[in-house]
Design a protein around this ligand. Structure first.
Ligand SMILES: [Zn+2]
Length: 463
């Protein structure tokens, strides 16, 4: 028997090697092409994709591969279509979002573990989302989908850009844009398995996306104009022979829990009536505007989203942080989401990202405006600081005028609470924005001023 085996081996060795066993070796498995995308859309809630679907239809016409990430499953808010609430509503909304996108032929759709948060404050949303965990998931999806371009909500606090979750999705997408190409970030994602069936190491590759664009939610069209490309949504799709806006509206029909009454109304209309209402009143016919966040491949600010993009990976680009501005040894400034965004723009090299000056917010009246302040005392002795607040007529601040001491070398957080009046009955939905100023003084000198433009609305809290 043994002799027979030896004879067989000899014969085998003498024969020429079959093709597959030739010297060049067996190729290692490559990244899965089914998930490679050109455009990765990052939004907060099911139905947020509608902010960009009219452009996505155009991109599909151009044979772009598209994937969408929702940071939450949209489990808060009311349900127009059934009894389901809370986590169960999230289950339903996940399906609605998948169905909406499937209508367009977009099937690569993921949901992060962020929780739907009814807040206007991006920091509250990020806190409730477990920021680190959702960022890790976001970086993983950038490495998996290898987008050329990321499209997301504009990270900023604006009148109109009211939902903290929308802002947070833009923050997360920007962070992932800057981190996914860095092999030192979440290295377990890019490490290869150490043994067969290793269950922990993911074998992804770092990926640097080439451009990031934002779509603003804000009312302040003036400060976004000319900051990125605009696209008409009235052109007719080669794929369906319908205008882009019409395909986007068709996709939106899946969102019954959020818009059943609106969709039922549309279902009763003929095509001419739909066109009239959707394009003149509901904004479906408006051009889509983008703001260029950054491009690592050149191209012009208002040129096409794919201008300058050629196939293939580019090297990781460490974001160019802008240095901290010098501060006097004794200073006071607006804190909260407003100071966060100033730090955020510096950290991510987004010096040109539009932001309102003075900072602004829309709030419900009656209600409360909280103005957070940082007071920094880098002098060698304790300092007495005096706050004074200037308000529009009819507004009141509980602790707007007061004195407190900040110890040597300390940074203190202070806050002023302003009671906002109800809007007069004859006001439609909102009043003209007014300015609130909190001034900080020490040793008879102004050490800082926090100014906010505040618009009163009948309804301002996001759902
Ligand atoms: Zn939303």
């Amino acid at each position: 028997m043994l002799r027979f085996a030896g004879a067989l081996l000899t014969v085998f060795l003498a024969a020429p090697l079959p093709e597959a066993m030739a010297q060049e070796g067996k190729p290692l498995p490559r990244s899965d092409e089914r998930y490679k995308t050109d455009i990765l859309v990052v939004v907060a809630h099911p139905d947020d994709e509608a902010a960009v679907t009219p452009y996505l239809v155009r991109a599909l016409d151009e044979h772009r591969r598209i994937a969408v990430v929702f940071a939450t499953r949209g489990s808060s808010g009311s349900n127009e279509a059934g009894a389901e609430q809370a986590a169960a509503l999230g289950d339903v909304r996940e399906m609605e979002a998948r169905n909406a996108l499937a209508t367009l032929g977009v099937n690569n759709v993921w949901f992060l573990s962020g929780k739907d948060t009814a807040t206007q404050d991006v920091l509250v949303s990020l806190g409730n989302w477990d920021h680190g965990e959702t960022l890790e998931q976001m970086v993983r999806l950038v490495r998996l989908t290898r987008p050329e371009v990321i499209l997301t909500f504009l990270p900023g606090a604006f009148i109109g850009e009211d939902h903290g979750d929308h802002q947070a999705s833009g923050v997360l997408a920007t962070e992932a844009f800057d981190l996914a190409g860095n092999p030192a970030v979440f290295p377990e994602q890019v490490a290869g398995p150490m043994k067969r069936l290793e269950p922990f190491l993911e074998n992804l590759r770092p990926w640097q996306a080439k451009k990031i664009y934002y779509f603003p939610d804000a009312d302040r069209e003036d400060i976004f104009r000319g900051k990125g490309p605009s696209y008409s949504v009235k052109e007719v799709s080669r794929l369906s022979n319908k205008p882009y806006w019409r395909m986007a509206l068709d996709a939106f029909r899946a969102h019954q829990t959020q818009a059943k009454s609106y969709l039922d109304k549309i279902a009763q209309m003929d095509e001419a009536q739909i066109e009239k209402m959707a394009t003149s009143e509901d904004g479906w016919g408006e051009d889509q505007h983008f703001v260029l966040g950054k491009s690592l491949v050149g191209g012009s600010v208002s040129g096409d989203i794919f201008e300058g993009i050629t196939p293939g990976a580019i090297s990781y680009a460490r974001p160019e942080a802008t240095p901290e501005p010098p501060r006097p040894v004794l200073s006071a400034e607006l804190g909260g989401p407003w100071s966060f965004y100033a730090e955020f723009r510096r950290a991510h090299g987004l010096a040109n990202l539009p932001h309102p000056e003075p900072p602004e917010i829309a709030l419900e009246g009656p209600g409360t405006l909280v103005i957070p302040l940082w007071v920094r005392n880098q002098t060698a002795k304790a300092q007495e600081v005096t706050l004074s607040t200037t308000l529009p007529a009819g507004w009141a601040a509980e602790n707007g005028s007061r004195k407190f001491t900040v110890a040597a070398g300390q940074t203190a957080a202070a806050r002023v609470e302003v009671s906002l009046p109800a809007l007069p009955d004859k006001t439609e939905k909102k009043a003209v924005a007014q300015e609130v100023t909190v001034r900080a003084e020490a040793n008879g000198q102004v050490i800082g001023e926090a100014k906010l433009r505040v618009e009163l609305r009948k309804r301002a809290l996001p759902e």
